[in-house]
Each structure stands twice: as C-alpha cells, then as structure tokens.
Design a protein around this ligand. Sequence first.
Ligand SMILES: *Cc1c(COP(=O)(O)O)cnc(C)c1O
Length: 377
Amino acid sequence: MKEDTLCVHGAQPFDPQTGAVSVPIFQSATFRHPGLAQSTGFDYSRSGNPTRSALEQTIAKLEQGTSGLAFSTGMGAISSIIKLFLPGDHLIVSEDLYGGTYRLFHEYYAKYGLSFSWVDTSDFAKVKEAVTPKTRGMFIETPSNPMMKVTDIGRCAALAHEHGALLIVDNTFLTPYYQKPLTLGADIVIHSGTKYLAGHNDTLAGLAVHASPAIEEPLREAQKSEGASLGPFDSWLVLRGIKTLALRMEKHRQNAFRVASWLREHGEVERVFFTGFDDHPQYALSRAQATGHSGMISFYVKHQETVPRVLKRVKLILFAESLGGVESLITYPLVQTHGAIPEAMRESAGVNDRLLRLSVGIENPDDIIADLAEALG
Ligand SMILES: *Cc1c(COP(=O)(O)O)cnc(C)c1O
C-alpha cells in the first residue's frame, strides 16, 4: 500500500463487527470478562482500548515498526520511554530540542540518577566524543527545534548500537510521511501527535513506535503503570487527522517553501533556517534521509524591536504555542517553547531574542505572505 492510501485506511479500514468505516470510539473504562482468566483482549482502558489500539496499529504501519503505543501527550510518551533506563545510565541528547523535553530530563530524570550530555548532534564528531562507558541511549530531534539542524540518523544508530545503546528519534517535525527513522536504524520513534499527525490544533497526543520485542514489553508495562495512555476520543481524533496527513503535508511543504523564499528576500529578515533550501548546510543529508520538509521555518529578524511588533500585528497567523496544525502559528522560542532552557545553552544553540518560529499552515500562501508583509512593516 502506498503512503497516502495507508493514511486514509490505516490499520483498520472498517470495524469488523458493524462495518463502520470510521473506527468506533470505545468510550468504556472497563471490559467484561467472559469468565475467570478469560479476556476479550481488553480489560481496562489504561492498559488497552480498541480505539487506541487502532491508532497504535496505524502509526506502527506508517513508521514501519512492529508495534506502536499512544500516550496522552508527547511528553507522556517521552516520560514512559525514559523508564527503559536505569539509574547510572547516560544519554546523549540533541542540545537544540523541544524545551519541554529538556525540562523533563534536566529537572526531573537527572534527580533519579540518569545523566545527560547536551550535544550538537548534527556534528557527528561531537556525538562520538560524548559517548561514555555508561551511555545507554541517544535522544535526537531531526530537524531540530527550532534551528532546523539535521542529524544523521543512520550514523547515530550505528554508533549507538556499537555501544549497546538505544537510538530514540523525535520525528514530530517530519512525520512518517517524510521520514521513517526506524528504517534508518533507530530503535524508537516518538511523536507529539498533537502536531502534524492530529493536525488540527484540537487535541494533545503522544506516540511511540519501535520494531523490537525487547522494547515492547517494558514499554507497554511503563505505559500501563504510569497511566499516560491516550483516551478513546482523542485516539479517534488523531486517527481522523492521519486520514488527511498526506494531503496536508504536501500543502505544508509547498506553502513553507513559498513563505521561506519570500522571508529570505525581506529587508527586515537577517537569516532564514529552513531545510527545504538547497543551500541549507545539511541539504544533502536531509534529502538522503527524508523525502520532504514540513511547514517549519525559523528566522532571525535584524532588530529586536521587530519581534513585539510582528507578534502584535499578525492577524491571520496566530501568535500561539504549538505547530503542525492547519492554522499558521508563530512562536517566540526564547520565552515560549524554549523558556525552560538556560540562557547560555540557548544562546549557544542560536535561540536568541531575534528568533521567530513559524509553523506554516495550509491557508492560501498569498494570504500568509500578505499577513507577514503587513506585520514586518
Ligand atoms: C510539542 C512537542 C513535544 C511535546 O509534545 P506534547 O504533545 O506537547 O506533550 C515533543 N517534541 C516536539 C518536537 C514537540 O514539538
């Protein structure tokens, strides 16, 4: 099945019992047992729910994994995955990543005896240097958030495996429609399903996919024990979002290219970070491991005073957190997504007070550009 077909039909094209073409929402907390030590396969919705299962199987197919798990949020997924590690373990983490992930690792899991090295993983030599005898995991975002740096998934996977470590890739920015980390050697793929997969800025969700029985059991156990599992209605919303993923991703890609090209020519814009440009420093690597770019663009304006003006003046583009939905959103990473990251680290990653991040939606690109033109002045 081709990608776009798979998006529409998912793992469960109709309900086997009723023929319903939309997966039913099994809004049930618990499931009746036919008898002692018997189960329909579902017992209690924290550990398993048929609507969630349909989503889990769909994302597993899309990522070409063997099994998927759906969590209440992206952070819920990441938090459950961290349960695969033990006190004393060391993880190498992309320094330029979602601020919430930094906060979770640095402020919480570091207290429980895990250690983290924050590395520019787009520079493979630095990743290699960061490996210690205790390294058991690598956690990367590619392209990174918000600087759009690209990390070589295949090389990181090989390095991780040489040292008995797992490679975890946050694939939120590209989705399986454009990039499939498991096929490049990664062990686990995670998503904030809140973003492109659900796609409509209307629900929160997290997903994890892997291709190993050795990961399946502890991860299911962690999901069930921790309880950050996705509810039936939200599972359905993500499934419905995925039906149009191919169409949306194509439109996000086209729109973002138009908007990024326009921004680059604007007198008030100093620099545009966008993996779709053929002069992006890692364009060749991007092309080799991904089949397209999403709607994400970051840019520096020349003067700090421009920032509040743009954020106040945009009308069509909404000044709001998040990304990947049909509506265009603009964020100011310094105070929003990356507010939790210490100044020195933020600066070294390039997140300064002149950086804006744009999630280009699926509106008409002329309208998005007109809004930016008005706001940039
Ligand atoms: C939003 C986001 C997360 C966190 O996901 P939530 O669904 O908000 O918990 C993790 N990684 C990336 C890249 C994100 O954009």
